[in-house]
Design a protein around this ligand. Structure first.
Ligand SMILES: [Zn+2]
Length: 350
């Protein structure tokens, strides 16, 4: 039996459909199970091409309008923004803030973790997803990596680190201004712990690293395989945890401690392409997280992993996409087949 199984099952939903003159219709649903966590996602082919009902395209004029209105109250916008951002205690980061060209990192004013920083990405208050160039992303990721390494140097117990982002209010962002959020914590968050625990179990059972095995299988199958940008490989998630979810894995890197400039550059290059594709799909929002093995602890069971997914688009009176299915039952809905997404992105990454 192969160690990685792309398992699926079928459920049927039958009803007399008033939209079809009361005819009895049956929807055949495809359920997918993540090969590591068993996370379930469901695809209803009957919904294909009808996702506009649940998930309308971005209203780009409204986005511009919101940007104009929110600019005045944006603390990252004015000339003197740097004087107004929070600063780290001297003993931790003597400079108070960290900078990398257009990217600047400082403490989050409303932290939800012991070490929770914000990265301001350039001067532009509004950027559409095709306006996030790799060099700007690279500066943001580089300063995030510097912060993570500095935190771990300051206190070696700060070993559970993630690089994250909310983009636009439907994705949870409180400011429109492009920014990242970085965490360096003494214990992993719920999902980060789940990834680490499942990876350890897989390693104990098979003596293999799940993430390397996953890449090998996906490369063989060529269904969800996208390609690589330098040191990381890109795939569409088999059983996604968010809309249009794309993943990257660094097959040679267990933790952020091992990251160098080329790893940062690799992520930035691929991320630019993902965001370009999202824009072409009329999408405007995202969440991402990049997870590392615990820093300073040998972890042959893990490799650095990045996940990005969309949230509801920016439209007037947007409706949340996180309803009982996701929030209370922990399942996700597939709008576009991961295999189709991979095809689209493969062309782009070339
Ligand atoms: Zn701004």
């Amino acid at each position: 039996m192969p160690e990685i199984i792309f398992e699926k099952s079928t459920q049927f939903a039958s009803f007399h459909n008033p939209l079809m003159g009361g005819e009895l219709t049956t929807h055949e649903l495809e359920l997918r199970y993540d090969p590591l966590t068993r996370h379930q996602s469901v695809f209803n082919p009957g919904m294909e091409g009808k996702s506009q009902m649940l998930y309308p395209d971005t209203d780009f004029d409204y986005m511009r309008e919101r940007a104009e209105e929110s600019k005045a109250s944006c603390f990252l916008c004015p000339e003197n923004w740097k004087e107004n951002v929070p600063r780290f205690p001297q003993e931790m980061i003597s400079e108070g803030i960290l900078e990398q060209n257009r990217a600047c990192l400082f403490p989050n004013l409303f932290p939800v973790g012991g070490n929770h920083a914000v990265v301001r990405l350039g001067n532009e208050h509004l950027r559409f997803l095709n306006e996030m160039p790799a060099d700007l992303l690279q500066e943001g990721i580089q300063v995030s990596l510097d912060y993570i390494k500095r935190c771990h140097q300051y206190d070696s117990n700060l070993r559970y680190c993630t690089m994250n982002a909310n983009y636009m209010f439907p994705a949870g962002a409180s400011v429109m201004h492009p920014h990242f959020q970085i965490m360096a914590l003494p214990e992993p968050t719920t999902y980060h712990k789940r990834l680490l625990d499942y990876s350890r179990t897989f390693y104990q059972d098979t003596a293999k690293c799940y993430w390397n095995e996953l890449l090998t299988r996906e490369r063989e199958l060529q269904e969800r395989w996208i390609g690589n940008t330098g040191t990381c490989d890109w795939i569409a998630s088999y059983s996604p945890g968010g809309f249009n979810e794309i993943m990257a894995v660094w097959p040679e890197k267990e933790s952020f401690l091992e990251w160098e400039e080329e790893d940062v550059q690799s992520l930035a290059k691929g991320l630019e392409k993902v965001l370009q594709l999202y824009h072409e799909m009329n999408l405007s929002t995202f969440n991402f997280s990049c997870y590392s093995a615990p820093m300073g602890i040998q972890s042959p069971e893990f490799k650095c992993v990045f996940r990005i997914a969309n949230r509801q688009n920016v439209v007037r009176h947007h409706r949340t996409d996180d309803f009982f299915v996701q929030k209370m039952l922990g399942n996700e809905i597939i709008l576009n087949r991961p295999e189709t997404l991979a095809d689209w992105l493969r062309e782009k990454m070339g």
